[in-house]
Design a protein around this ligand. Structure first.
Ligand code: URA
Length: 221
């Protein structure tokens, strides 16, 4: 079974969460199953699976990259500094963050440490790890059926729109694409962490809010 192969050092192209995703499950059941996902090796070092948060009636789904240090400890997406900035930007753009379904392309925290017992440093997931986690995202999309997906950064973009995705080319535009076999409306923007790292933080923040305003307008169409 892919389970044991993938978690015991099989080649990366054997990674997949597929066998762990229960068919016909509701959100609570999916979340419970995701807690035991061994579809790729990222579960080994992470504290826990960080599944999406929000309810199935949400009109907008926000998709980030992967949980960060805080999210890994608390078990909820976007509760750290990037999440706080995102909430502020959403509210400013006219989207109630409390009414969105929030999730990540990858459900486990990937990190390195410069030295043992030192701070954990975020490491971007590979394309294979991202693809392996795809069945969870597909199941969330099928359940929530959002009117609009806000794509936060390159990893989420590649997970939803393919490996040729370039955020700079499409940010702040409304895209109509087939995603996991379903027609979806998407607005890509930068990842909120990139705003925190930007030299011109205020300019980067204004850019994020402007993109989210496009999403807010698409929602009221
Ligand atoms: N960055 C993400 O992409 N997701 C989180 O949940 C936190 C930080």
């Amino acid at each position: 079974m892919a389970t044991t192969k993938a978690s015991s050092g099989a080649p990366e192209d054997a990674y997949t969460a597929g066998p762990f995703v229960p068919e016909g499950a509701g959100l609570a059941e999916l979340r419970e199953a995701a807690a035991g996902c061994r579809g790729c090796p990222l579960h080994r070092d992470a504290t826990q699976t960080v599944f999406g948060a929000g309810d199935t009636g949400a009109r907008v789904m926000l998709v980030g990259e992967q949980p960060g240090d805080q999210e890994d400890r608390q078990g909820r997406p976007f509760v750290g500094p990037a999440g706080k900035l995102l909430d502020r930007a959403l509210a400013e753009a006219g989207i109630d963050p409390g009414e969105a379904y929030v999730t990540n392309a990858v459900k486990h925290f990937k990190f390195t440490r410069a030295e043992p017992r030192k701070r954990r440093i975020h490491k971007a997931p590979s394309l294979r790890e991202t693809a392996a986690c795809g069945p969870w995202l597909a199941a969330e999309l099928a359940l929530v059926e959002p009117e609009l997906i806000v794509v936060l950064g390159a990893t989420a973009g590649r997970a939803l729109l393919g490996s040729s995705f370039r955020v700079g080319e499409v940010r702040g535009t409304v895209l109509e694409r087939e995603v996991h076999g379903r027609p979806e409306l998407l607005v890509p923007t930068v990842h909120p962490s990139s705003v925190l790292r930007a030299e011109d933080r205020e300019g980067a923040y204004r850019g994020l809010v402007a993109d989210l305003e496009v999403a807010a307008r698409a929602l009221t169409r």
